[in-house]
Structures are given as structure tokens and as C-alpha cells.
Design a protein around this ligand. Structure first.
Ligand code: FES
Ligand code: FES
Length: 137
């Protein structure tokens, strides 16, 4: 699976996993599935690596990191206390990052509708939603 390739072969362990069956969102990456395709959120646990030829894949390491600086999504999530143990956080960041790449001028409703993609066992969701709504127009 793409998830295993990223973590084991590419050494990109920022992409996490819990369920391995498309239900938790911990493994989300952003992918344009061919030239000219709009980037979108992809559950990397569900995608065979053999399906990924010509895909342009972005993982959490490229979006923001300690060395190069954090992305505004990461900073806002931290500032709003939307991360506690942090295990689910890369998946949430990649879900919103993908949404922002796929659609300009996100509304509050867009963000609320997208919220079913990820699971967090710590925060109770409200701080994450408060952080994400700051990216609505
Ligand atoms: Fe849960 Fe992929 S590991 S959706
Ligand atoms: Fe712990 Fe989300 S912050 S699972």
C-alpha cells in the first residue's frame, strides 16, 4: 500500500495509521492522480503502490516541519489546542490542506462537511473545528 511505501521505503513516518481500512484519516496524503488533475485527499492505506504511477503526492513532511517552518494550518491547529497526543494531527492537516488545494474560497459548510474524514481520540473535535474554520472565507 502507498502508506507502507511512504513509511518503510521512503522513510516518511509523518503519515500515520490506525484502522488501515479508510475509516480514521490518519494516513491521508494529498495527491494529484495525473498531469492536470486537481489535488485531493487520499487515504494512503487504501491505495496500492502500483496505482500511483505519475501521481504527484504531498505528505506532511513537505507541508511543514520544524526545520523549514510550519504551515499556517499546523500553527493554527496548535494555537487553538486542536492537537493533544498529536497522533491524528498529520492526517487532519493533510485533509484540510487537500481541501484548500482542491477548492478556492472554502465556506464554513465545506469545512463542516469535510469533517467526517478523520478521527481524533483526544480533543473532542471542537478545537479542531474552531481552528479549521479560520480558513473559511
Ligand atoms: Fe485509517 Fe488509513 S489508516 S484511514
Ligand atoms: Fe490525540 Fe487526536 S490529538 S488522537
Amino acid at each position: 500500500m502507498l502508506l507502507d511505501y511512504l513509511r518503510k521505503q521512503a522513510g516518511l513516518r509523518g503519515t500515520k495509521f490506525m484502522c488501515r481500512e479508510g475509516g480514521c484519516g490518519a494516513c491521508i496524503v494529498t495527491a494529484a492522480t495525473g498531469p492536470g488533475e486537481t489535488p485531493r485527499a487520499v487515504n494512503s492505506c487504501l491505495v496500492s503502490i502500483t496505482s500511483c504511477q505519475d501521481w504527484d503526492i504531498t505528505t506532511i513532511e513537505k507541508v511543514g516541519n520544524r526545520r523549514d517552518g510550519y504551515h499556517p494550518i499546523q500553527k493554527t491547529l496548535a494555537n487553538e489546542n486542536g492537537t493533544q497526543c498529536g497522533y491524528c494531527t498529520p492526517g487532519w492537516v493533510m485533509a484540510l490542506y487537500s481541501l484548500l488545494k482542491s477548492k478556492q474560497n472554502l465556506t464554513m459548510l465545506d469545512i463542516e462537511k469535510s469533517f467526517g474524514s478523520n478521527i481524533c481520540r483526544c480533543t473532542g473535535y471542537r478545537p479542531i473545528l474552531d481552528a479549521f474554520k479560520k480558513f473559511a472565507t
